[in-house]
Write a protein that binds this ligand. Structure first.
Ligand SMILES: Nc1nc2c(ncn2[C@@H]2O[C@H](COP(=O)(O)OP(=O)(O)OP(=O)(O)O)[C@@H](O)[C@H]2O)c(=O)[nH]1
Ligand SMILES: [Mg+2]
Length: 255
């Protein structure tokens, strides 16, 4: 089910490749399960069991899958180099990166869309945007600086190990970000808020990004505010709290 969710949401080339890879790996043990069921059914039916022939078929299918995984890995490697180059280009231009992190459905993508000036992109942005649709730019007037805002995939609990491995590479951007906005859904009840924040914190530790500067952002306050006091309250939909959030980003960036 989690694989299916990721398949639906993977929007970048790399995310698509990672999901395809995870799907292929997931299919290998299934080959064997499928084979043993057919074998069992054939035995029950009293037919002749040709164990050898069946296994050869499986081995061939498995080899094919492993070959496909290898091709995908090579493509992912190329994208990684490309991304490394992009990051280097951003550094050369003195562009700082702010990464949006948070539990799935907290409103990261909505915030990226509504906080950044997607209409006002200039050439450098366009380059990044075509390669990675999850980047937007934010102009900070007080410190006369432009920062890049990077969306990430939603963090969820109990990710299958293969997917964690697959997405670790994608999430490496998080570790390199100059500032993290940890978005949570303030319309959840308090217990859910605590649980989800814990999941996000654990994944950040796992990614070695827990020491990056952070701003805690309570989103969806147009629905309900169960946030408590230690966060910046916003609504990514109505734009409430954006001025305060921008000011906080400016403050942290200039620190
Ligand atoms: N009422 C309200 N709805 C919001 C707000 N922000 C986001 N939403 C809704 O919440 C849902 C999830 O928003 P997304 O921006 O896709 O959330 P996300 O964090 O990017 O989710 P993933 O990509 O799955 O991690 C969408 O239906 C949004 O319209 C908000 O401030 N108020
Ligand atoms: Mg999103």
């Amino acid at each position: 089910m989690i694989l299916r969710i990721f398949e639906k949401h993977a929007s970048t080339t790399e995310a698509k490749l990672q999901v395809k890879r995870a799907r292929l790996k997931y299919d290998i043990p299934k080959l064997y399960r499928r084979a043993s069921t057919t074998l069992f059914e054939r035995e029950r039916g009293g037919g002749v069991v040709q164990r050898g022939a069946g296994e050869t078929g499986i081995e061939a299918e498995k080899r094919h899958i492993l070959r496909e995984i290898k091709i995908i890995d090579a493509k992912i490697d190329r994208l990684k180099i490309l991304r490394g180059n992009q990051r280097a280009a951003r550094r050369r231009q003195n562009l700082l990166t702010v990464a949006l992190v948070g539990y799935t459905n907290s409103g990261k993508s909505t915030l990226l869309k509504n906080l950044t000036s997607k209409k006002n992109v200039f050439v450098a942005d366009k380059l990044f945007a075509t390669l990675d649709p999850r980047l937007g730019s934010l102009w900070l007037p007080k410190i006369q600086k432009k920062v890049l805002l990077a969306d990430t995939i939603g963090f969820i609990e109990k990710l299958p190990p293969d997917l964690i491995a697959a997405f670790r590479a994608t999430l490496e951007e998080v570790r390199e970000a100059d500032l993290l906005l940890h978005i949570f859904d303030a319309s959840d009840d308090r217990k859910e808020i605590r649980r989800k924040q814990k999941v996000v914190k654990e994944i950040l530790i796992d990614l070695k990004a827990d020491r990056n500067p952070q701003i805690l952002v309570a989103n969806k306050i147009d629905l309900a505010d169960h946030a408590g006091e230690n966060s910046i309250k916003i609504s990514a939909v109505t734009g409430a709290g954006f001025a305060k959030l921008r000011a906080e980003i400016e403050k942290k960036i200039s620190q």
